[in-house]
Structure formats: structure tokens, C-alpha cells
Design a protein around this ligand. Structure first.
Ligand code: ATP
Length: 366
């Protein structure tokens, strides 16, 4: 008998629940369509709701079980109304990133036909880039959940921005491998190191390591941009970018900008990949303003599901998963180009369930 493929399923809070429900339906349908081994989901409770009820942010041994699975699929965690005594939100997923060394945060920014274009220039239809956000260190090294910051009485607070050679070498290598794979599929074959090397030692170090790694990939172009100039360029000419590699906090900010460029956060998919583990979740939060109303756009989560299938294909050497991932990407592309996907997020008439149903129909006829 084939070994089951196990997925730790953490739905979380708010719209996290709706969008993960949509994602599992779509992922299962695509795998079935491509004749792959069905996924076995292992639910793990985590988030603000659990914290309110029990004082725990993730169920007992949940972190360990998440690590034992072949991949982790996560919705969204945290509610602004539920906070720890120090004022911070519930964020066990940041510990998962840390614990499993999920250094490579892959955040695609891709324009779809008929989805809103926020830029007037028609070249915006060609936006197709990746924000590669380092996800275990940088300024988030001292995220409150880790307890590494310093609060001095009521007069001062300090956080640490940490850049290590080990993680940065892995990150930059990941960026060049990603650009290589994208080039094979018609991509631009370029990596841009986004930093603030003119001001901070940590950032100069980040760039120095980038410059050491780049020559190992002679078929891929490389350049540098200061983060402030990159923010400008993401508005002026985002179609020129391919893979943008950056520190954690810069990636946090620019990936929201990227989501906005191609519609909204409901399009912002995300993979967080380490040496042995992968976590897949939409880059948006729990969106309490629309939770429980069938208004959330599930596409960010569904496209994250497609990224998970690509990851499983490589990890388990199973082509059917890659084909299933591609089936989902094609269904979204086709649904938009036929104007059959019209999320409420973009002023359309379709809520979470209607969008999911349409993608399902596209997969069936694919
Ligand atoms: P976090 O800090 O956890 O990332 P946040 O409060 O910054 O969360 P989100 O929860 O991502 O932000 O929501 C920001 C805005 O985007 C909200 O107005 C929300 O309604 C909207 N939004 C986010 N995700 C979606 C989605 N999937 N569909 C529709 N609207 C969304």
C-alpha cells in the first residue's frame, strides 16, 4: 500500500476557517483529477479562539504533530480583540516558522486578466514576480512571541535585527534556484537583492553574501535595490521584476504592497519553506471585518494549496502532485480570463463559496 501523504491542517481564526475549507476541496479535486494519492488531513487547533477558551495558542503537542506531517496547511491566525497581557496578538505560527527553520517565504505577485489592475499602465497586465521574504530572522527575530526583545521599564523598547550567514546563504541560493526554475518556464531569470546596505551593517552583510552567491548562477541576472527605491519601482514598473529577495520585515511590508498591486490580499498566496518542512498559507490575516459572512476571497489560500502541491511533488518525487498544482493554477487563470471569477473583494458578486464552486467547475472541465 502507498504511504499516506499527511497534511497538518491548521484553520485558525476568522476567515482562515472559510478559506482553508475552500482550499482542501479544491486541492482534493485536483489530485483526484490527476490520479494522485489523496491527502490525509490531520487537524490541529490553534489561534485566538483556542487561546480564549484554554489559554493555549496551539493545542498540546500541536507543534510537534505539525512537524511530523509532509506539509502544513494554515488558514490565518489571530484576532485584534484577543491579546496577551503584553498587548501582542496570538501568533503560534511564528514559532512554527522558527522551530522548523522555514526561512524561505515565497510570495507570488501575479496579475490575472479581469482582476482589478491598480496601475493605469497596460504593462501592469504582465506583472509576474516573487517576493522572497526571509522568514526566521531579520527584525522578526525579536517578534514578541519569541521573547527576545528588550523592554526597559516604561521608557524604552529595543528589538534586534539579526542576519546570519547560514540562513542568508540558504536564502540567496533558494532565490537563484527559484529564478532558474522560473526561467525554464519562460521567466525573466533575474534576482534582485533588496536591502538598505547603505545604512545598516546587517544589510551590508546581507548584500555581501548575495554578491558571493550570485556568480554561482551565471545564467541568472542579478542586481541590487535599496528597499525605499524598490517600493517606488514596484509602483512605477513592477513588470520589470522577477525574484526580489529581502529581509523579513521588508518582505512583510512589500508583499502587502504586491498583493495590492494585483487586486488585494485575497490574491496573496504564500509558501514558507525550510530544509525539511513546508508551511502554506495565504499572506492575508483573519480579516475580522468580513469573517463569517461568506465574503472572503479564497484564492490566496487556494493558490497556496497549489504551491503546497508543487512542494509535495518535489519532496515525495510524485509528478501527480505537480500536475494537480498546475491544474489549480490553470483553473484560476481560465476562470479569470472568462470573467467567471468575480470575487466580492474586487466589487464582484461572488463570495467564498461561489468562487470555490467556479474553480471546482473549471477543474472538472479541465
Ligand atoms: P495580519 O496582521 O494578520 O496580516 P491584518 O489585520 O493586517 O492581518 P488582513 O486580515 O490581511 O489584515 O486584512 C486586511 C484587509 O484586507 C481587510 O480589510 C480585509 O477585509 C481584507 N482582506 C484580507 N484578506 C481578504 C480576503 N481573503 N478576501 C477579501 N478581503 C480580504
Amino acid at each position: 500500500m502507498t504511504r499516506p501523504t499527511t497534511i497538518a491542517l491548521i484553520k485558525g481564526d476568522g476567515i482562515g476557517v472559510d478559506v482553508t475549507d475552500a482550499t482542501t476541496v479544491i486541492v482534493d479535486a485536483a489530485i483526484k483529477k490527476m490520479g494522485g494519492t489523496a491527502l490525509t488531513y490531520q487537524p490541529i487547533e490553534a489561534g485566538a479562539g483556542l487561546y480564549q477558551r484554554t489559554g493555549l495558542d496551539i493545542e498540546v503537542s500541536g507543534e510537534e504533530r505539525a512537524g511530523d506531517a509532509d506539509a502544513i496547511l494554515l488558514g490565518a491566525i489571530g484576532l485584534p480583540s484577543v491579546r496577551r497581557p503584553d498587548g501582542t496578538e496570538i501568533a503560534p505560527h511564528l514559532r512554527l516558522r522558527d522551530r522548523y527553520g522555514l526561512y524561505a517565504g515565497v510570495r507570488p505577485v501575479k496579475a490575472y486578466p479581469n482582476a482589478p489592475q491598480r496601475l493605469a499602465d497596460p504593462r501592469a497586465a504582465g506583472i509576474d514576480l516573487i517576493i522572497l521574504r526571509e522568514s526566521t530572522e531579520g527584525l522578526f527575530y525579536s517578534a514578541a512571541v519569541h521573547g527576545r526583545g528588550e523592554i526597559i521599564g516604561d521608557s524604552e523598547a529595543r528589538d534586534i535585527l539579526r542576519i546570519t550567514r547560514t540562513t542568508t546563504e540558504k536564502l540567496h541560493n533558494f532565490a537563484f534556484r527559484l529564478a532558474t526554475r522560473r526561467k525554464e518556464r519562460g521567466g525573466k531569470g533575474k534576482v534582485t537583492c533588496v536591502d538598505k546596505a547603505n545604512v545598516f551593517n546587517s544589510m551590508a552583510f546581507f548584500r555581501k553574501i548575495f554578491d558571493e552567491i550570485a556568480p554561482m548562477y551565471p545564467s541568472i541576472d542579478h542586481d541590487h535595490a535599496y528597499v525605499d527605491a524598490q517600493a517606488l519601482n514596484l509602483i512605477r514598473q513592477p513588470w520589470e521584476s522577477d525574484v526580489l529577495v529581502m529581509e523579513n520585515m521588508f518582505g512583510d511590508i512589500l508583499s502587502d504592497l504586491g498583493g495590492g498591486l494585483v487586486g488585494g490580499m485575497g490574491m496573496a498566496s504564500c509558501a514558507e519553506i525550510g530544509d525539511d518542512h513546508g508551511l502554506f498559507q495565504p499572506a492575508h490575516g483573519t480579516a475580522p471585518d468580513i469573517m463569517g459572512q461568506d465574503k472572503a476571497n479564497p484564492l490566496a489560500a487556494i493558490l497556496s494549496g497549489a504551491l503546497m502541491l508543487e512542494y509535495l511533488a518535489e519532496k515525495l518525487d510524485d509528478e501527480a502532485y505537480a500536475a494537480a498544482g498546475q491544474t489549480i493554477n490553470d483553473a484560476v487563470e481560465k476562470g479569470f480570463s472568462q470573467d467567471r471569477i468575480r470575487p466580492m473583494e474586487f466589487g464582484g458578486d461572488m463570495g467564498t463559496k461561489a468562487v470555490t464552486k467556479e474553480i471546482l467547475a473549471q477543474i472538472d472541465v479541465a
